[in-house]
Design a protein around this ligand. Sequence first.
Ligand code: CTP
Length: 401
Amino acid sequence: MLTGKKVILGISGGIAAYKAAYLIRLFRKAGAEVKVVGTANAFEFITRVTLESLTEHKVYHQVFGDQNDYTTEHVSLTDWGDVFVVAPATANIIGKLANGISDDALSTSLLAFDGQVFMAPAMNCKMYAHAAVQQNLDKLVKQGVQIIEPAEGFLACGYEGKGRMEEPETIFSTVEAHLKHPELPLRGKNILVTAGPTREAIDPVRYLGNHSSGKMGYALADELAARGAEVHLVSGPTHLQPKLSKINLVRVTTAEEMLNACMKYYQVCDAAIMAAAVSDYRPAKIHPQKIKKDSPESSLRMELQPTTDILARLGKKKKQQLLVGFALETDQEEAHAIKKLKEKNLNFIVLNSLKDKGAGFAHDTNKITIIDNKQEISRYPLKSKQEAAVDIVNMVEKHLC
Ligand code: CTP
């Protein structure tokens, strides 16, 4: 929650301004207060009435407006805000802030603000790629502005390319992460996370898999990145997207591909958290064609061979890394988890029992127990997977920092 946090939303004149309404809703739902300051062109795309209704605050749009509370509203407004988010940010406002120009309500307010500024550029892809815009963005980064890079896709001008404003959810999550963890305790730490199931092909149509949704691993990646870590998220097939665009998402399908991706990043990592439900076996033979039900193989007895235990392999190669595993059990839970902790050379293991209601696969909740290598046991109540991720990352942070 962002209760008590104050967000200044700057809107400049681009078609993506219509998404500002949704961005305001996300901040307000999270408990933050929002005040809007816009350029004259912004209100060609979204009305002040819409913005004032959503924020329950007057929109600031003229330096010398007769409805301003003060003649120095650009200073009183910016003193009020904890954070300043410009979305959409046109080439024009980017150029103005980069070069210290203040000739309207938004550019003047930006110069008067001494907290963290975020800019979410939105423009035609050729404009975005222009050397002048890129130089201005570099200048802004040097000034400490955080740029929320535009996505690739269809642009309102008919072009396809990089320039579409990042989605409001991603802008919100980026700003939320800053407001929750301004000190970025995990900055400079590289952390590997695995998530989701793996799939082992039987034939071109069928596979061996499991019920893992990936939610726990993605929640961990989001929480780690929010605290400033460089996160490499190696994910089996899921429909999920990380909340923060800075997460390095590596999509894989099989246990073998997951192993290879993990080995690539593990060397340089400070920690690895293995939340994936990796298939323990794969078919010894992948049929090149679909197995027909009336074929000789139809009375199928499938020969299986073991996959590599990725976590155990990482445990053997462990140097500086903090290594965290998961254990999903159905009986003698703590005994099994302690056995895995020892055999795989872990620093700690996160246990969930399928016996606990609301824990394990596909749920939005989880009930975890963390056991460390001194066999100290911390038991947690049923929580959302996001809250469980906070508990696990707190433990990681305690060990790493
Ligand atoms: N794991 C892994 N590679 C595998 C199997 C498991 O990296 N091939 C990791 C999981 O990501 C998890 C931990 O090992 O962090 C424990 O996984 P789990 O499925 O609970 O146990 P297994 O070791 O596979 O043992 P069992 O299936 O007998 O319970």
